[in-house]
Design a protein around this ligand. Structure first.
Ligand SMILES: C[S@@+](CC[C@H](N)C(=O)[O-])C[C@H]1O[C@@H](n2cnc3c(N)ncnc32)[C@H](O)[C@@H]1O
Length: 183
């Protein structure tokens, strides 16, 4: 996790045009590391992290320490419950591969509901062919009950919640970014 934060988050923050989205919700955004880097790289963007209470508290501390309290906040909650609605983009970074299809459907449904028609979801995670392998898949299954997926599998899963895949591309040397909009 530490290595990933140090190496991937800066690339994700600068390698994607987040400035298109005035308000972002990072769903399961952990301690706010990625959102902090995105806001530091894109001055016109505001954001919120939604995560379980201990992580949300850590994120709030991080935003304050980074001088971002006026643009960033943390919401303690579960992504299996409604998440803050009406943001311009929602992020799921390294979330879906922690979960089986049934749980992913529930997380994606909450994101679709919050984003609303025309809203955007950016899924960032390893995919087969870029960052994933059979070995990692077994590890995710044994440790989390999760699953590594193909781009096509993520697109099919997200389509069940009304998401249409608009584009997908490598964003770091081990992560893909898949941008969806709600029909
Ligand atoms: C692998 S970490 C990814 C963190 C961050 N998105 C990133 O890319 O570094 C998974 C995150 O999901 C959060 N999480 C797990 N269950 C959750 C739930 N039910 N609701 C919200 N967040 C949850 C964890 O607290 C953790 O921060």
């Amino acid at each position: 996790m530490q290595w990933r934060h140090q190496n991937h988050a800066p690339q994700i923050a600068t390698g994607y045009d987040w400035s298109r989205f005035p308000e972002i919700v990072d769903v399961g955004g952990g301690n706010g590391n990625l959102l902090t880097m995105i806001l530091q790289a894109h001055q016109g963007v505001r954001g919120r992290v939604v995560d379980l209470p201990p992580s949300a508290a850590a994120a709030a501390e991080r935003f304050a320490a980074a001088g971002l309290a006026d643009r960033a906040s943390a919401v303690a909650g579960s992504f299996f419950d409604p998440v803050p609605a009406g943001a311009d983009a929602y992020i799921l970074s390294d979330i879906l591969h922690d979960w089986d299809d049934e749980h992913c459907r529930k997380i994606l449904a909450q994101c679709a509901e919050a984003a609303g028609p025309g809203g955007t979801l950016v899924v960032i995670e390893p995919v087969y062919g870029h960052g994933s392998s059979t070995g990692i898949n077994l590890f995710m299954l044994m440790c989390f009950g999760g699953k590594e997926r193909l781009v096509e599998e993520l697109a099919e899963l997200a389509a069940e919640s009304g998401f249409v895949l608009r584009n997908s591309a490598a964003i770091t040397d081990g992560r893909y970014a898949l941008e969806f909009t709600v029909k």
